[in-house]
Design a protein around this ligand. Structure first.
Ligand SMILES: Cc1ncc(COP(=O)(O)O)c(C=O)c1O
Length: 389
């Protein structure tokens, strides 16, 4: 621990793990009991614990959030040649998972909380497609639009009430990319009390190293549908139908979470509520130093995962922070501008381009000290006149 702290005095990272004796003890147990495969007891314990926490009956632990998104599309039977509505302002994994099953993403704009714009999704379905009572058909490509993939960005939540309504009206499946949103839930409306990732047909969490809780790498698929859960598990375990004779019923994947990852994840999940409180306190500590941060929605319980500020001098600010040994980053390059997707349809991308140019993520680790927050705030000070929303 001293080593890490010494390093952090010289460098303040964006978002790093926060481990303690509990993770160490669990990992030691996997080694001492020689239970390190996906059949180990921590994997099923983690699935059970996460199901209880998120109030869903079925959880399938897997290797990563990306694997979870792929499993979701496989389980839902999203066919080659069909289309899925995906936000352009997100990590590329969502679009890639659509491609993994041979479908094509249609890129959508974001709203003022950086989440998929539900109004534009509605507009797109209404104006650019026709619905024959069963299928939504894209007038331009003649492909069937099969699903919507809302992504909950940075600790804010997409408008699931609208998304689910649109999905119902047009017979679309919904896969929630809740990779960043574990611990977030709605506090009013139809889904009051429901956690991110538990409203659509399938939801996906990530436990990679920069997430609020981490297992090094890892993910989980959540659903209330037993058949979908069984399919996710089937595809994640090489589609094995007979474990003795190695009979495989389809093309499967080696996506199951391992026991060492699960051992860490179990200990981390116990700390999730504490981490959310720390994130909230640190967010408020920045604000109390005069740093106006991008807001978290008032009508949700946020997990305060990733802090952002707004600046018209994005690249200068990133450079200034780097000079002061502080890690920061701009938003991901928008998906519709990424090489593999240049030919894909996109629908009036406006706000995503605007926010991409002015949002900078700043350090938000749960183990950062008040000295760290002072140091980051000090570096942001010269930009304060423009760090305003
Ligand atoms: C929005 C979003 N989607 C998908 C992923 C993919 O998760 P993983 O890195 O666990 O594959 C991430 C995390 O990196 C993410 O932030």
């Amino acid at each position: 621990m001293t080593g890490v702290n010494e390093m952090r005095r010289e460098f303040i990272p964006l978002s790093i793990p926060n481990f303690g004796i509990e993770e160490e003890r669990n990992v030691l147990e996997t080694i001492r009991t020689e239970q390190v495969s996906p059949n180990g007891t921590f994997v099923s314990a983690f699935e059970k614990k996460l199901g209880t926490y998120a109030k869903v009956p079925y959880v399938v632990a897997c290797q990563s959030g990306t694997a979870g998104l792929h499993l979701a599309f496989l389980a839902l039977g999203i066919e080659r040649g069909s289309e899925v509505i995906v936000p352009t302002l997100t990590f590329i994994a969502a679009a890639n998972a659509v491609r993994y099953v041979g479908a094509e993403p249609i890129f959508m704009d974001c709203d003022d909380f950086l989440n998929i714009d539900a109004d534009k999704v509605q507009d797109f379905c209404e104006r650019e497609c026709f619905f024959d009572g069963e299928k939504l058909i894209n007038k331009k490509t003649h492909a069937v639009v099969r699903a919507i993939l809302p992504v909950h960005i940075f600790g804010n939540l997409a408008n699931m009430e609208r998304i689910m309504e649109i999905a119902q009206n047009y017979n679309l499946k919904v896969v929630e990319d809740a990779t960043e949103a574990i611990g977030c839930y709605y506090m009013n409306g139809k889904y009051s009390g429901r956690f991110a990732g538990t409203i659509g047909d399938v939801g996906v969490y990530s436990f990679n190293v920069n997430k609020i809780i981490t297992s090094g790498g890892g993910g989980a698929v959540l659903t209330t549908n037993e058949l979908l859960a069984r399919r996710c598990k089937f595809y994640s375990t090489q589609a094995k139908e007979d474990a003795l004779r190695f009979v495989h019923g389809a093309i499967g994947y080696n996506y199951r979470m391992g026991n060492i990852q699960a051992a860490i994840a179990v200990a981390q999940l116990d700390k999730l509520e504490t981490f959310i409180q720390i994130k909230k306190n640190n967010y408020e500590a920045y604000q109390s130093r005069g740093i106006k941060l991008f807001p978290f929605q008032k009508n949700i319980r946020s997990n305060y995962w990733f802090y952002s500020c707004i600046t018209t001098q994005r690249d200068n600010l990133i450079e200034e922070l780097k000079k002061n040994h502080i890690q920061s980053r701009p938003i991901w390059t928008l998906c519709h501008l990424q090489k593999p997707y240049l030919r894909n349809q996109n629908y009036y991308i406006e706000k995503a381009s605007k926010y991409h140019a002015i949002v900078v993520n700043i350090p938000s680790s749960t183990n950062m000290s008040l000295d760290d927050i002072d140091a980051v705030s000090e570096s942001l000070k010269d930009f304060l006149d423009i760090v305003n929303i």
